[in-house]
Write a protein that binds this ligand. Structure first.
Ligand code: DX5
Ligand code: ZN
Length: 214
């Protein structure tokens, strides 16, 4: 599995060492961008992403928890971000158009859903999106408890992707740690996002490796 630690859980007074640590051990660097409208919290924007992007040597994975996500696609591509996910709840009928817009910028496109959105609502985008982000907590805050029903949602999505003969990746985000990583792998997850379980660890690099081996 690929591990995408979320910088949301890092010490914001010390983002440089956090990114340097992730350059050593992470597969992707997960950037949680919130606007206070789609989700009840504000995280950080381009004044943080721009300098981080100059430091990051691992692929950056932006998770847009914002309304009108398409406004930021070009700017993210200029920052060298490789993967961009946006929420189906924000995009609605424009989801396919957003996927195409990301592809035309050379970016990989991900479609994200919160735990209260039926997973079958992602099925129309199988064969279009490069990956799907299943939230295993409600988007907005780090440090929440993993919602166990997420395992069934991941398994259902994995089964539908396989049934159609596609290869889209499944990313899981929220409350991920060594206690559920192996169940997530068995359910069909490819990428684990982990915030607190990595950054609250005494040895974040070992925590990343433990998730990868789970
Ligand atoms: C929540 C974010 C997550 C969050 C995960 O809205 O999308 O990426 O940082 O944090 P943990 O791993 O602490 O649940
Ligand atoms: Zn996230």
């Amino acid at each position: 599995m690929l591990i995408a630690p979320s910088l949301l859980a890092a010490d914001f007074m010390n983002l440089r060492p956090a990114v340097e640590m992730l350059n050593k051990g992470a597969d992707w660097i997960h950037l949680d961008i919130m606007d206070g409208t789609l989700v009840p919290n504000i995280s950080f924007g381009f004044s943080v992403v721009d300098p981080l992007s100059k430091l990051a040597t691992k692929p950056m994975d932006a998770h847009l928890m914002v309304v009108h996500p398409e406004r930021w696609f070009e700017r993210l591509s200029q920052d060298g971000v490789s993967y961009v996910s946006f929420h189906l709840e924000a995009a609605g009928r424009k989801t396919s158009a957003h996927i195409e817009a990301l592809h035309s910028l050379g970016l990989k496109a991900g479609v994200a859903i919160n735990p209260d959105v039926p997973v079958s609502r992602l099925f129309p985008y199988i064969g279009k999106a490069d990956y799907f982000l299943i939230m295993s907590v409600f988007a907005g805050f780090g440090g929440q408890k993993f919602i166990y029903e997420s395992l069934d949602r991941i398994a259902a999505l994995r089964e539908e992707i396989s049934r159609r003969g596609h290869r889209a990746l499944i990313e899981v985000d929220g409350g991920v740690g060594t206690g559920n990583a192996s169940a997530l792998r068995q359910a069909g997850a490819d990428i684990l996002v982990a915030g607190s379980s990595v950054f609250n660890s005494d040895d974040p690099l070992a925590a990343i490796e433990a998730l990868r081996q789970a």
